[in-house]
Design a protein around this ligand. Structure first.
Ligand code: AMP
Length: 502
């Protein structure tokens, strides 16, 4: 029987050769005994319910999927798996939580099932922006590939080079890496990328934020031109689209959940207080809510530690998660949070981005995120898989513009939450700074200045450089002043290796 996405078999019916059809012979069609030129790949007319079996995966992979307890493919899996199996490039606009990892992992397992890897020459490469995401993808390969004999290796910072080099030496079918460590190993001559047949660039927009794009460009330049590329990003800003245009060949574009639609199941609230009162506001909220487990986001790494200390002092059990922590502590903290042993996790955006923590009852924005998209990502940590969740943002008058941007992006106002023990503030309470000529009169109170993250221009150039290496700030904010006008040479924009540790 034909799968439902093949609803008609006529010779050479390609509605648009670019989109619906693919002339390349593929495993899927060989497996289904369909000859190229005989299919019409479109599911619109089909009324049949989609199952994993219909997607063209092998029996062994289907069994692993069944063992994982998945009954139905998610929309991205439904759309991506057949396309990946056909050997086509994919441009996927999908957030974490949509099942995108299995969307590329499952077909890759089948595609790599035949063939053998040579020492130091991986057959496929998956680039992830953070170590945690890389480790998560590696776990997915283990889980879904348990009935196959694929060799996987994880190349991430903070782990010993020796073990990673040994793994590479044994031959690797699937290499999962963060860009910095991969380049380090390449430069040491421990890896050759000329045999990579499938490349996955995951979380491309986060790579951009972290300043990894020059590294990615360099890595892609080391790969064979003839390859399959799967490119995923939660958002598609113009820079990302340009990059995709360069790396992909006639990709199938797949978009699931528009990037700006926070889950309907999340109850969003915003408490507007004075900067000085933010911690008290958070404490009141933490005491008044029934919290199974909560993720508390700060905009900056150093504030994560400060907030954990403050919460601990007031009797809350909370731990930090950010890129300056050693890897073993990050892993341990995450495990404790996942298992329910730890109830409150205070995190920076990058450290928490994309982490798969299925049950998070509350998300707190201790700081209003600077990028509106981050708000969507943050609150998307709760209310997943149809469960209810609560997202509470603590804003101060200074945050008016960022809050407006968020509300514009999500298309509605975030309902205000009144507190009992903390006075509400107004957006107009925003103090103005005194100018030298004395024209603008009001002065920013010191307390507020303490709470407010320092702007880049307020830090010394040396600190800015250091931070560039460790903190995930948007790449464009790192543009140095040069005499090149709009054009900044790549070597000046290039981030340090440590950036991958965030
Ligand atoms: P991801 O977006 O890849 O991070 O996946 C988010 C979560 O969805 C992970 O916990 C997966 O185990 C889970 N998941 C992936 N595919 C399915 C599926 N078809 N049915 C149910 N859960 C899934």
């Amino acid at each position: 029987m034909l799968p439902p996405y093949i609803c008609d078999t006529r010779p050479c019916v390609f509605p648009t050769s670019k989109d619906e059809g693919n002339r390349q012979e593929s495993l899927t069609f060989r497996r289904l005994n369909i000859k190229i030129g005989e299919f019409y790949l479109i599911r619109k007319n089909s009324t049949e319910h989609m199952t994993f079996r219909n997607l063209g995966l092998s029996e062994a992979t289907l069994k692993a999927v069944e063992d994982s307890g998945y009954t139905e493919p998610t929309p991205i899996q439904e759309q991506a798996i057949p396309i990946v199996l056909m050997g086509r490039d994919v441009l996927g606009c999908a957030q974490t939580g949509t099942g995108k990892t299995a969307g590329f992992t499952l077909p890759m397992i089948d595609m790599l099932a035949t063939g053998r890897a040579r020492a130091r020459m991986p057959r496929s490469l998956i680039l992830e922006p953070t170590r945690e995401l890389a480790a998560q993808v590696s776990e997915s390969f283990e889980r879904y590939g348990k009935y196959h004999r694929l060799a996987t290796a994880l190349l991430i910072g903070g782990e010993s080079f020796g073990d990673q080099e040994k793994a590479l030496g044994r031959g690797v079918d699937v290499l999962i890496a963060t860009p910095g460590r991969l380049i380090d190993l390449f430069e040491r001559g421990r890896i050759l990328l000329s045999d990579v047949k499938v490349l996955v660039i995951d979380e491309a927009d986060r790579m951009l934020d972290m300043g990894f794009i020059p590294d990615i460009e360099r890595i892609v330049g080391l790969l064979p031109y003839q390859r399959q590329t799967l490119f995923f990003s939660a958002t598609m800003p113009p820079e990302i689209r340009k990059l995709a245009d360069r790396f992909l060949t006639e990709p199938k574009e797949i978009t699931v959940t528009p990037p700006a639609s926070p889950a309907e199941t999340v109850d969003q609230q915003l408490a507007l207080v004075h900067g000085d009162d933010k911690r008290a506001a958070l404490r009141e909220i933490l005491r008044s809510e029934v919290i199974e487990n909560g993720l508390i986001f700060c905009n900056r790494k150093r504030d994560v530690d400060i907030l954990v200390k403050s919460l601990t002092k007031h009797g809350f059990e909370a731990s930090a998660l950010h890129g300056d922590m050693p890897q073993f502590r990050r892993t341990d903290t995450l495990e404790r949070f996942r298992s329910g042993e730890l109830r409150l996790l205070v995190a920076s955006d990058v450290a928490a981005r994309g982490l798969d923590i299925p049950r998070v009852s509350h998300v707190f924005n201790f700081d209003v995120p600077i990028h509106a998209e981050d708000y969507v990502h943050r609150i998307g940590r709760t209310g997943r898989a149809g469960r209810l969740g609560t997202a509470i943002t603590i804003a101060q008058p200074d945050d008016v513009l960022h809050t407006q941007k968020i509300e514009k992006l999500i298309g509605r106002d975030v309902p205000r939450r009144a507190l009992e023990t903390v006075n509400a503030a107004n957006w107009d309470d925003r103090p103005r700074r005194r100018r030298r000529n004395g024209k603008a009169a009001s002065v920013e109170p010191e307390s507020l200045a303490r709470e407010r993250p320092r702007r880049r221009s307020e830090t010394s150039p040396a600190k800015q450089m250091r931070r560039r290496h460790t903190e995930a700030a948007p790449a464009e904010t790192f543009r140095p002043d040069t005499a090149f006008g709009e054009h900044i040479p790549a070597f000046l924009l290039r981030p340090g290796r440590e950036a991958q540790s965030v």
